[in-house]
Design a protein around this ligand. Structure first.
Ligand code: SF4
Ligand code: SF4
Length: 427
């Protein structure tokens, strides 16, 4: 980190000693996993910088934005429309956490058998380690999985600033109506928090910004279809993770610069792995920063990860939002419709997801799919069986993995992944 941010962290109420320890661990992990990669695109320099300043410069930017009257809105799920937050001049920050931190403190509020993602965001807050949570004016939860739904009750008590949106679990007419109402209520809540009106012009601008970001992420995804792959799965995952907290306009510009470079690499047949290296796609639970474990195992075993069918991945940017609205009311309906296309495993039935996985695997020319579920993430663990059976019908190699944030099972994961790669090579 380029500057000493201790005073800022102190003002935010962080536990400075514990926070120093966390940053030291993260810096080392980043060096080992990311900076040791060979033949990275030079435009990754920006994203390395963002990570190096993740608790520094970006937090300083948020504090400055607040001084200018902007509100910082924290979210945990891609169901919370960023467009609405931008339309009240707010800043949208993804708060999901991907490190095993503060589990003991978290377990004073939630059971041990809770998925690592939930334990982590509660653990971070309880241990005084997350400057993002401290900077937010409002934290938006949602009723997707049962774990999160109940965890928000505890988190609301701890932070005093949680608002929960009700996400239906089916997509029938009554569910669509409920969701449209939820979107309207959320728009009202944001207007009240920010003391600003949502106008058509503001919405148009916001929709354009978020669509541009989605288009850049789609561009990156399409480039990964090339063999040799011009960028590692680790780097692409990192970019997707950063998309949840960086300034969206700057992020899009930097990602497009990277994609320009990747296009040149494709022309020159420059890859991060040799042509013909096994190509693996990952499907399942979200991988919040700094959860790089599975990608590191797969790419450390000689394969390349070519896509993530996940919320930190394709599910987040697959569908653009229609920009052809004339009134705020029309726009809110279009937002509701767009977000209800998300194929999260919290829905029943969720057969669109099976089709989307196959379409994506074909587009990316994946040789095999690893379904990744966080331990105790019941919805993705359950759905992995349907996914496996459906891929079997299409003779697509499939491996099911359930794991958490701990590094204890790295050896076991490596053995299973290597056996899977051997099988792929033999197909
Ligand atoms: S997996 Fe479901 S609950 Fe989790 S972020 Fe994605 S849409 Fe939201
Ligand atoms: S990973 Fe699964 S269990 Fe955990 S918060 Fe997300 S959807 Fe819920």
């Amino acid at each position: 980190m380029s500057t000493d941010y201790k005073e800022m962290w102190n003002d935010l109420g962080l536990n400075i000693d514990a926070h120093d320890g966390l940053l030291a661990v993260l810096t080392n992990a980043y060096k080992d996993i990311y900076l040791s990669q060979k033949n990275r695109p030079s435009a990754m320099g920006y994203f390395d910088f963002v990570i190096s300043e993740v608790h520094g410069l970006r937090i300083e930017e948020l504090i400055k934005a607040k001084e200018l009257g902007k509100k910082v809105i924290g979210t945990f799920c891609i169901f919370v429309p960023e467009e609405l937050i931008l339309a009240v001049d707010g800043v949208c920050i993804g708060l999901c956490s991907g490190a095993e931190v503060g589990s003991d403190s978290a377990e004073t509020h939630i059971p041990r058998n809770t998925c690592a993602l939930i334990k982590s965001f509660i653990g971070f807050k309880m241990s005084g380690l997350c400057p993002y949570v401290e900077t937010t004016d409002l934290i938006v939860g949602e009723t997707t999985c049962d774990g999160k739904k109940k965890a928000y009750e505890a988190f609301g008590k701890i932070t005093g600033k949680v608002y929960v949106m009700e996400v239906p679990h089916k997509k029938d007419d009554a569910d669509k109506l409920l969701w449209k109402q939820e979107i309207r209520q959320f728009a009202e809540k944001l207007q009240a928090v920010a003391s600003k009106d949502i106008t058509v012009e503001k919405l148009r601008q916001a929709v354009r910004v978020v669509n541009e970001k989605r288009l850049a992420l789609q561009r990156l995804s399409n480039l990964r279809a090339n063999d040799p792959a011009p960028i590692s799965g680790l780097d692409a995952l990192l970019i997707n993770q950063i998309s949840f907290f960086d300034d969206p306009v700057r992020f899009t510009a930097k990602l497009n610069e990277l994609c320009d470079e990747l296009e040149l690499r494709v022309k020159a047949a420059t890859g991060v792995a040799p042509k013909g290296a096994p190509r693996v796609m990952i499907a399942g639970s979200p991988m919040a920063i700094p959860n790089w474990k599975l990608h590191a195992v797969i790419e450390g075993s000689g394969a390349v990860v070519v896509g993530e069918e996940a919320c930190v991945g394709e599910r987040n940017y697959r569908t653009l939002l229609d920009e052809t609205f004339d009134t705020v009311s029309q726009a809110l309906d279009m937002i509701a419709e767009r977000y209800l296309t998300i194929d999260c495993a919290c829905f029943t039935p969720n057969d669109d997801r099976l089709d989307n996985i196959k379409i994506m695997a074909e587009k990316l020319r994946a040789d095999g799919i690893i379904h990744y579920a966080l331990l105790f993430c019941t919805i993705y663990m359950m759905e992995s069986y349907k996914v496996g059976n459906s891929l079997k019908e299409h003779d697509i190699p499939f491996l099911r993995i359930e794991t958490d944030y701990s590094l204890e099972d790295m050896g076991q994961l490596k053995t299973r992944v290597e056996a899977f790669l051997e099988m792929i090579k033999g197909v």
